[in-house]
Design a protein around this ligand. Structure first.
Ligand SMILES: *[C@@H]1O[C@H](CO)[C@@H](O)[C@H](O)[C@H]1NC(C)=O
Ligand SMILES: *[C@@H]1O[C@H](CO)[C@@H](O)[C@H](O)[C@H]1NC(C)=O
Ligand SMILES: *[C@@H]1O[C@H](CO)[C@@H](O)[C@H](O)[C@H]1NC(C)=O
Ligand SMILES: *[C@@H]1O[C@H](CO)[C@@H](O)[C@H](O)[C@H]1NC(C)=O
Ligand SMILES: [Zn+2]
Length: 263
């Protein structure tokens, strides 16, 4: 692009002013629409099982179970919550999940309450896990679930800038609220008895009872009720699960949860 010097100076000044405004969190985002927020599937008769707070030690078994049952799931991964996403055994499990056709999405880096964060810190929490998924899988997630499902207008603007939609849920197995397995199974039974057209579930892969006890039961009951299991992107009518799909990187010393090295 060739520009007259005076035009060029204005151009650079505009860009600089824009990025400073972004850095200060003061940019007026009149032109940008906030991120979409999804809380329900739209494809009739579908269930999207979603798993938060991993990757963790049960992930490999969880993916193996889903694959054995021919069930697709969606994983909202943190970068550094119950474990570090760069742990080699976890990057193996993440690869297994991705290459088995499950959807990989963001749950932000450190499971912070996003509505408490400044604009910069919000972006940092989103970027770090996106960077990890770019390195490990070569993809940028198109979907993000904020920790605790909490968002505000600032987060919707930030997610929109990052080309992401927000996904919450319409069924909570309550495993994150320490519900017993008996209670979790009863919640599934009640939900299935109401037979809603669609279910978008919330469960957590970091509790072994969720993986080994509740999930096999829920899959059996949901199958018997005639639901089909789709990823979140599929159950919303076939949206792209990723904003970008490329090649993974080869592991190097920067693959660390030591924050000092990531900046
Ligand atoms: C969020 O902010 C509120 C009010 O300032 C504070 O009480 C709460 O502890 C904060 N929560 C977290 C997780 O930082
Ligand atoms: C399940 O997790 C609990 C702690 O939450 C632990 O005590 C138990 O050993 C775990 N069991 C298995 C099979 O991993
Ligand atoms: C944003 O994400 C969509 C998929 O949701 C993708 O098709 C598009 O190329 C992405 N845009 C940019 C600028 O990355
Ligand atoms: C690690 O990150 C540093 C700082 O961004 C960069 O200079 C270096 O090239 C990276 N190393 C590798 C192997 O990518
Ligand atoms: Zn969570």
């Amino acid at each position: 692009m060739i520009m007259r010097p005076s035009v060029f100076v204005t151009f650079v000044a505009t860009i600089l002013a824009g990025s400073l405004d972004i850095a200060r969190g003061t940019m007026q985002l009149a032109a940008r629409s906030p991120a979409r927020v999804y809380g329900k599937c739209t494809v009739p008769n579908s269930v999207a099982l979603t798993f938060d707070d991993g990757p963790y030690v049960y992930l490999n078994d969880l993916v193996t179970l889903l694959n054995r049952e021919s069930v697709k799931g969606t994983f909202f991964f943190n970068g550094n919550n119950w474990a570090c996403i760069y742990n080699p055994s976890l990057t193996d499990s993440i690869n297994l999940a991705y290459h088995s056709g499950h959807q990989i999405a963001s749950h932000t880096w450190g499971h912070k309450r996003m509505t408490n964060l400044t604009w910069d810190k919000m972006h940092d929490e989103m970027w770090r896990v996106e960077q990890a998924l770019l390195r490990i899988l070569g993809v940028s997630p198109a979907f993000m679930r904020p920790p605790y499902g909490e968002y505000n207008p600032t987060l919707l603007e930030a997610a929109s800038m990052r080309n992401q939609s927000i996904v919450n849920w319409d069924f909570d197995s309550e495993d994150g609220k320490s519900a017993t397995v008996v209670r979790q199974k009863a919640l599934y039974d009640e939900a299935i008895a109401r037979r809603p057209s669609t279910i978008l579930s919330l469960q957590h892969e970091v509790h072994n009872t969720s993986v080994y006890e509740t999930l096999p039961y829920a899959i059996r009951k949901l199958k018997a009720a005639g639901y089909k299991f789709l990823t979140v992107a599929e159950c919303l009518g076939g949206l792209p699960p990723y904003g970008h799909v490329g090649k993974p990187e080869v592991r190097n010393a920067n693959w660390t949860c030591n924050q000092a090295l990531l900046i």
